[in-house]
Design a protein around this ligand. Structure first.
Ligand code: GSH
Length: 212
């Protein structure tokens, strides 16, 4: 039965899309409360009460009066609540790939966005450093997906849900997703899922998933 208890505080970014995709996947009814991070709404005292670092995404599970911040923790929470995409037998494998997204893929590709996409020409060092790192991450993911259908094995899990929205920003990266055959296969397979198509367009603006 659909639950109508989750409130998602978010913006239209890869970290935000992780959670809308997950909520669509598990078919929970949810309400989106937009936080305009380009106009500093994340720093308002009422938001800071639920987000100590002033970051989106955050959820409130109104059924339990439970606040959860940090997208990885939110994915684990929703996976455990719905009993989906976080198979108990495979938790160690899933945790590794999820933590790699949280600790490496998100923060480092985020820096690539800052130097290459938003501020080109400001720091040659920063542009070169994060371009190379992003290229390396594409390569690492491609190697993994050469031997594994999904990141944590045969099944689609919260590790894929966390990582996919970052690769969906490939047009900003200029690395050439097409050159990474296994990563492209994985990207396209996930892009066909109804929940991903819906969760990607979380603000209902008609956003379409970019092709490789
Ligand atoms: N580790 C956090 C990162 C969240 C994050 O960086 N959110 C960005 C948007 S994608 C944000 O809120 N930025 C606003 C700011 O930095 O002021 C998570 O995965 O939830």
């Amino acid at each position: 039965m659909a639950l109508k208890v989750i409130e998602l505080f978010t913006a239209d970014t890869p970290n935000g899309k992780k959670i809308s995709i997950m909520l669509e996947e598990i078919k929970f009814k949810y309400k989106i409360t937009k936080i305009d991070i380009y106009n500093n709404e994340q720093f308002k005292p009422e938001f800071k009460k639920i987000s100590p670092f002033s970051k989106i995404p955050v959820i409130i599970d109104h059924q339990k009066n439970q606040i959860v911040f940090e997208s990885g923790a939110i994915l684990m929470y929703l996976a455990e609540k719905s009993n989906q995409f976080y198979d108990t037998e495979n938790k160690i494998e899933i945790n590794q790939w999820l933590m790699a997204q949280m600790g490496l893929i998100g923060p480092l590709i985020g820096q690539h966005h800052q130097f290459h996409h938003f501020n080109p020409g400001k720091s040659k060092f920063g542009e070169e450093r994060y371009f190379k790192i992003t290229q390396q991450l594409y390569q690492n993911l491609d190697e993994r997906l050469e031997i594994s259908k999904f990141l944590a094995g045969d099944n689609y899990t919260i590790a894929d849900i966390a990582t996919w929205p970052w690769i969906a920003r490939h047009e900003w990266h200029d690395i050439g997703l097409k050159n990474f055959k296994n990563l492209t296969r994985w990207y396209l397979e996930i892009a066909e899922r109804d929940a991903v198509i819906k969760g990607y367009d979380l603000m209902n603006t008609g956003s379409l998933i970019p092709k490789p």
